[in-house]
Design a protein around this ligand. Structure first.
Ligand SMILES: Nc1nc2c(c(=O)[nH]1)N[C@H]1C(S)=C(S)[C@@H](COP(=O)(O)OP(=O)(O)OC[C@H]3O[C@@H](n4cnc5c(N)ncnc54)[C@H](O)[C@@H]3O)O[C@H]1N2
Ligand code: MOO
Ligand SMILES: [Mg+2]
Length: 418
């Protein structure tokens, strides 16, 4: 075994992973099932929106010219000639000082060109008067003002959000082309691991990485294929990984990637003939994270230590899977934040600290979420982002400016401050 691994920079490691990943083939899904997938086609407007000139208000549609000269002293009166509820129109030709009673969303009939809100009138039976002149087009949403037939509304590569679903419905896309979701196999390795039902005998611990990684995938709308826990036995592990390779698009293992006597994953990649992208990264936690490619199947050898496992997933596996899904924005958003903690000791490696991100008096604050060593579990439970402390010769203190990766956009903050 190679005990002297050469660390590479985090950015270089991320680049090595994502540059070897290609989007998966395209499939068709119903628009009602498309939320969370990635568009594999440009979404083209199949018509103008609005499709017709429509009233933006409840009121009266008039000929603007008939309102010329109206004022408080010179109110101009109109007679209601016909009604236009939403979902209907009228072919009636307005004559001088006639109006339609019209509701919001209804097509403005051809013979009218402005809409007067009810609140701008004084009504009297079948007629009303106004005290100001109206411009042609006033209170009318014009045909095509939002977009024109043929416009590209949402380009391929975009995450389908609720607004995209609304656009699919608007333009009549019953079916939509998306990239296939990756099938990801998860294998937790370690002779010390037991499932949640099993008794905790001496030296045993519960497998937390397996379920954690599965939820990290669920958060991305990806279904995991879960494999049974495996002890640290080289032959069994090799056989199991060979089986997985036939069934999945990517493999995540946890544990067994370091230099211990029972850390078999590095030898296993070699035995499979996989191409190792790196086996040491200049980061803490997760320095031993190892990623290999076998053909187009990435194998993420995440560290067994929970915080290292979590961080390795967010840094390397997540962008790779988003790229497989066809996404064109594969990295977690990064914000500038004020550090609410002390890290006085300099560290040559880049540190990733699970953090609580908050917004206080106009600034983003990042507070370490508790015990933050590589083996920590509880700080992951309390975090909604990750502080990045660059490696180097200096430490960091309260009030320093730092970057934070927003890895958990499903949580918010505890107060409304806009
Ligand atoms: N001589 C050296 N020893 C170690 C080095 C090194 O560079 N030289 N690196 C250390 C670092 S850093 C880390 S991180 C760990 C990584 O270890 P492995 O990835 O090989 O993982 P294991 O040895 O299997 O387990 C480590 C730790 O995590 C616990 N674990 C494992 N799987 C799970 C799971 N599914 N759920 C919860 N906890 C899990 C395991 O019991 C161990 O305590 O290596 C250092 N050693
Ligand atoms: O890989 Mo280890 O987590 O750097 O502590
Ligand atoms: Mg180990």
């Amino acid at each position: 075994m190679n005990l002297n691994r050469t660390p590479i920079a985090v950015t270089e490691a991320v680049e090595r992973v994502v540059s070897g990943i290609a989007p998966l083939p395209v499939e068709t899904v119903s628009y009602t099932e498309s939320y969370g997938r990635i568009l594999a086609q440009d979404l083209e407007a199949s018509m103008d929106v609005p499709r017709f000139d429509k009233s933006a208000m409840d009121g009266f549609a008039i000929r603007a010219e008939d309102s010329a000269g109206a004022s408080g002293e010179n109110r101009i009166s109109f007679k209601v000639a016909a009604e236009v509820p939403a979902g209907a129109t009228s072919d009636y030709e307005l004559k001088e000082n006639e109006a339609f009673r019209i509701m919001t969303g209804a097509p403005v009939p051809k013979s009218a060109d402005a809409v007067v809100m009810f609140e701008q009138t004084r009504q009297n039976g079948g007629s009303f008067s106004i005290r100001k002149p109206f411009e042609p087009g006033e209170n009318i949403a014009l045909q095509g003002e939002e977009c024109r037939s043929g416009d590209i509304i949402v380009p391929a590569g975009t995450f389908i959000n609720p607004g995209t679903v609304a656009a699919l419905a608007t333009f009549g896309y019953k079916d939509v082309q998306v990239h296939r979701q990756p099938v990801v196999g998860i294998l937790a390795t370690g002779s010390e691991l037991v499932d949640i039902e099993a008794p905790l005998e001496i030296g045993k611990i519960r497998n937390s990485n397996g379920p954690m990684v599965e939820s990290q995938l669920q958060r991305m709308n990806i279904e995991a294929r879960r494999y049974a826990l495996e002890a640290d036995d080289f032959e069994t592990l090799l056989q199991r990984v060979r089986e997985m390779l036939d069934e999945v698009d990517a493999i995540i293992t946890t544990g067994g990637v370091s230099v211990g006597d029972y850390d078999h994953l590095p030898k296993l990649y070699e035995a499979l003939g996989a191409k190792e992208l790196f086996n040491k990264v200049g980061m803490r936690p997760g320095s031993v994270t190892t990623v290999s490619m076998l053909g187009d199947i990435p194998m993420f050898g995440l560290s067994g230590n929970p915080s290292a496992c979590y961080t390795g997933f967010e840094l390397f596996a997540r962008p790779a899977f988003l790229k497989m899904m066809g996404h064109d924005r594969i990295f977690a958003p990064v914000l500038d934040a004020v550090l609410d903690g002390d890290f006085k000791k300099a560290n040559p490696f880049t540190r990733f600290v699970r953090a609580e991100i908050d917004y206080i008096e106009g600034r983003v604050h990042a507070k370490p979420a508790g015990f933050n060593k590589s083996n920590a579990v509880t700080s992951i439970a309390k975090s909604n982002g990750i502080i990045v402390l660059p490696g180097g010769t200096r430490g960091f203190g309260k009030g320093d400016g730092v970057k934070v990766m927003m890895t958990d956009m499903t949580t918010g903050i505890d107060h409304f401050d806009i």
